[in-house]
Design a protein around this ligand. Sequence first.
Ligand code: SF4
Length: 352
Amino acid sequence: MVTRSQTKGIQTVFGPVPSRRLGQSLGIDPIPLKTCNWNCVYCQLGRTGHLVNERREWVPETLILEQVEAALDRHKPGEIDWVTFVGSGEPTLHSGLGRLIRSVKEMTSIPVAIITNGALLYRSEVRKELAAADAVLPSLDAGSEDLYRLINRPHTQLTFERQMEGLIAFRKMYGARLWLEIMLLEGVNDTEAALKDLAGAVSRIRPDAVHLDVPSRPPAESWVRPASEEGLMRAEAILGDAAQIVHPVEGSFDLGGYDNVIDAVVGIITRHPMRSDQLERSLARWTPGQVREALAQLEADGRAQVIERYGVRFWSTVGARYVERERGPAYGKKSLEAMQPEEPSNEDRSNR
Ligand code: SF4
């Protein structure tokens, strides 16, 4: 059980931020940084430091709800399109998620969405909790066990068949919007064979839509490349009518909840690593000199880091672990083993 004093300074609500699929989205982040049951090679927040499959009240529900209420009060009707549970870890790992969804729905008529990896949907209590949401957006990046393990590197209790079992069972009971997200990686899951496997999996799930996405922020592993235009077109053709390409959006980040530039930068880069030009635009409330000073100070204090991917410099929280080792994608069993993360450090172990 986390006490209130341990949560001092924790900001669980952010935005609204422009979302590729949900317009202006007020984000609720109920999980500490990179507490997840997957360790995706494309994760924009680096490698998972805390790989767990245990549900807990990671952050007190009362604290989250107080912050949601305050954020909703600050905004006029029409400024927020969706309230979205999402964040720096997997939201379904929060044991109070069902109560949180229902409480938010009592506070506002704005629709509530859950962005999840879907890995816990094999549990009936999680399916029941998510059924209260207006839209659920789970991930499905692979149509086979091998690629699932290669891309998502799940907790040992999780398998591809469990992922499918959960998604299929949820679809049967859930009449609202179920939008699958596929993150397409060049040479990994954008090949004809991988896409045919994915199409087979999608046809068993029967979602309302399939969103095709590519990484646009720095991935955990440096060898990860977004699918090319050709890969995206191949995916659209093989996955059929329900599939649509979701383009990255540029838009304004609402940083109104922050009193100073340092907190504003930390609040955003903890969840969304950003290019320096995006940060500067979003922080226009402060002068360019103040922004530069804040970034320099955060870097000097060891609270922010610059990570370079695709020749672009992104600012990220220093807690995110990115790997520079270059290894190409691989498919065989031997190669799969080679792709597993290094042994965790003692520091990581102490977190488990
Ligand atoms: S992308 Fe999402 S599911 Fe994958 S490791 Fe990151 S937080 Fe977890």
